[in-house]
Design a protein around this ligand. Structure first.
Ligand code: NAD
Length: 240
């Protein structure tokens, strides 16, 4: 088991879904967790976590919350948004917004937290990507996959720059995971049951992941002291 006793974790998008499950998994692993989200009300009820409202699009707010967090040992950049559609269907504003939230926000967070990690010669950064990225072509996910592929590039670049300084940086690539936003996407198709059946059918294990199964990987990577620069898939065999 991974023991993160004495470690400080800062996590974005912790109000629901994978972020919330991860905040609780880090607490169970012994860490001290600062759980943040743009939706402050959604952070209520998280067991044994410090909480703060944080909009990762707001550079000033990122700097403020990261400074108040105290020395951060583990940063989990979980915030991200899914856009549907093909290259011909995406609007340029959607591409800009997704790039800002899914990629540039991670850069903001890393720039706020990494200097302290370097002073202590120790730190682990986890970035939320997806198999819908450079790992796998997934239909109807053009904007999303573009940004999640960029997450893998930024992860490897950071890992390469700081590998000799005690810093590790890894990315998590889930397949399809049960979450509130997944349910919204399925409902938005107009036929929730059919859309869900199609998503289940493409998973070789015959089921969608639980957020806790992704959280387990986040905790593992936080303590995986010989692993850096990796795109770690947790996808029920989708890319096997
Ligand atoms: P979700 O989409 O249900 O919740 C997202 C959370 O992000 C919400 O709590 C929301 O308030 C928060 N958020 C939105 N904008 C924000 C901002 N500007 N600043 C801070 N927080 C903000 O949760 P999920 O489906 O578990 O997704 C979490 C991450 O996992 C995302 O990066 C997503 O791309 C990734 N992911 C999800 C799946 C999936 O199938 N659910 C698969 C692969 C990757």
């Amino acid at each position: 088991t991974i023991d993160l006793t004495g470690k400080r974790v800062l996590i974005t998008a912790a109000a629901q879904g994978i972020g919330r499950a991860s905040a609780e998994a880090f607490v169970r692993a012994g860490a001290s967790v600062l759980a943040t989200d743009i939706n402050a009300a959604g952070l209520q009820g998280l067991m044994d976590c410090d909480t703060a409202r944080l909009d990762v699009l707001d550079t000033a707010s990122v700097a403020e919350v990261c400074a108040a967090a105290g020395p951060v040992d583990i940063l989990f950049n979980c915030a991200g948004i899914v856009h549907g559609g093909t290259v011909l269907e995406c609007r340029e504003e959607e591409l800009d917004f997704a790039y800002d939230l899914n990629v540039k926000a991670m850069v903001r967070m890393v720039r706020a937290v990494l200097p302290g990690m370097l002073e202590r010669k120790s730190g682990a950064i986890l970035n939320m990507s997806s198999v819908a990225s450079s790992v796998k072509g997934v239909p109807n996910r053009f904007v999303y996959s573009t940004t999640k592929a960029a997450v893998l590039g930024l992860t490897k670049a950071i890992a390469a720059d700081y590998v000799a300084d005690g810093i590790r940086c890894n990315a998590i690539c889930p397949g399809t995971v049960q979450s509130p936003s997944l349910d919204e996407r399925l409902a938005a198709t107009g036929d929730y049951d059919a859309a869900r059946a199609a998503f289940v059918a493409r998973q070789p294990m015959g089921r969608i992941a639980e957020a806790e199964e992704v959280a387990d990987l986040a905790v593992y990577l936080a303590g995986a002291t010989y692993t850096t620069g990796q795109a770690c898939c947790v996808d029920g065999g989708w890319t096997l």
